[in-house]
Design a protein around this ligand. Sequence first.
Ligand SMILES: NC(=O)c1ccc[n+]([C@@H]2O[C@H](COP(=O)([O-])OP(=O)(O)OC[C@H]3O[C@@H](n4cnc5c(N)ncnc54)[C@H](O)[C@@H]3O)[C@@H](O)[C@H]2O)c1
Length: 399
Amino acid sequence: MSGNQVSLLLVGIGGYGSTYVKQLLNEPDLAEAVIAGIVDIHPERSNHYEMLKSMNIPFYPSMESFYAEKKADLAVISTPIQFHCEQTCLALANGSHVLCEKPIAATIQEVRRMMEARDRAGKFVAIGYNLSYTAQIQQLKRDIASGLFGKPKRLKSIVLWRRTDDYFSSGWKGRRKSDKGEWILDSVAHNATSHYLHNMFYVLGARTDASLMPDSVEAELYRVNPIENFDTCAVKAIGEDGVELYFYATHAVQDNFGPSFCFEFDKATITYTSGQHADRIDAVFHDGTVKGYEPQQSTKLLTCIEAAAVGGTDIPCGLEAAYAQVLCMNGMLESMPKVKEFPAGLVRRDEEVRSFWVDGLREALLDSYHRWALPSDLGFEWAAKGDIVRMAGYEAYTG
Ligand SMILES: NC(=O)c1ccc[n+]([C@@H]2O[C@H](COP(=O)([O-])OP(=O)(O)OC[C@H]3O[C@@H](n4cnc5c(N)ncnc54)[C@H](O)[C@@H]3O)[C@@H](O)[C@H]2O)c1
């Protein structure tokens, strides 16, 4: 660390935000950061509430009330998606750098507002994609950019993660809009598994804080849960230079699989499957040599605190780098505006854990993944084709 003390405002400490609180309370590396205040509409629901109160850390019901009294070098925002844009802009206008949780926001027009607010403020906005703050992904990204593997041809990622009724009952998960009419657009691809959609664009970006942009997006969106948006998707995006990206994700399975990915380049194939090969990413060259990338801890919070300590500097994953995921997700909704329900005959219910799943879906998505295909290409009876949406000149998601 630089030796400068960094004051933090934590916004949202109940869900994922509790991870930041835990780190700040326990990790000596972060000792130079002080919590100047906490904003949460229900702070008492946090496991750390009593501890934080006993430390005399002040709580505020809104960011406005915090900034009326105090300042912070860095605002750490871990609230539901519909608040990311407003809260980031407010923090910037009050002189804070920002670490905002992923995804950036619901729509690309909000991302543009955030970029403008950042440029006006002269501060940084980091987006909390954990992997992008690991030495493992940074080394891989540098090797890709240096041309070590040759040109990228096609990339695919799959994440099959069950989610229960509890998950969807939080009031915003699976919703398109809030009661006040703000876009949320929460979905399997825009929340839990967004890391792996983002990661494909991110590793192909030519600079640290850059990603490949999708030129076109074709998506199939499905659901089994009683939600407004989708819990299952299969996506084909084409990026600059014709590189193909395939993404498969669902919450409607009984048994989890992944994340797993396979990136094909001219000279090598890069693979990863969670829980296999000690979580190493392996690049296997066509001549049989292997370069392995060992798993590393994400340094997300520490990186942002250190950047704030020196008044802002390059951060690995800012708004430009995380933009491709939002653009792709908006394109997915344009590709298939009406989410398709799975046929009732395939819907299964696990009453013990209180979750829905779809008979045969796990196998169908794995089959599609292995064959670099969309479910509709393989003729699954529940599958439907989305439009191919060109993203060049795409200005705004308006529903
Ligand atoms: N990086 C990761 O691995 C990771 C993991 C999980 C969630 N997340 C992200 O974290 C964000 C929050 O998700 P979550 O699952 O923790 O949500 P959550 O609903 O479980 O928790 C949100 C917290 O924000 C508070 N809150 C709600 N509205 C607020 C407002 N207007 N102002 C201040 N506080 C408010 C709530 O009281 C709660 O404490 C999302 O963007 C999500 O994608 C990231």
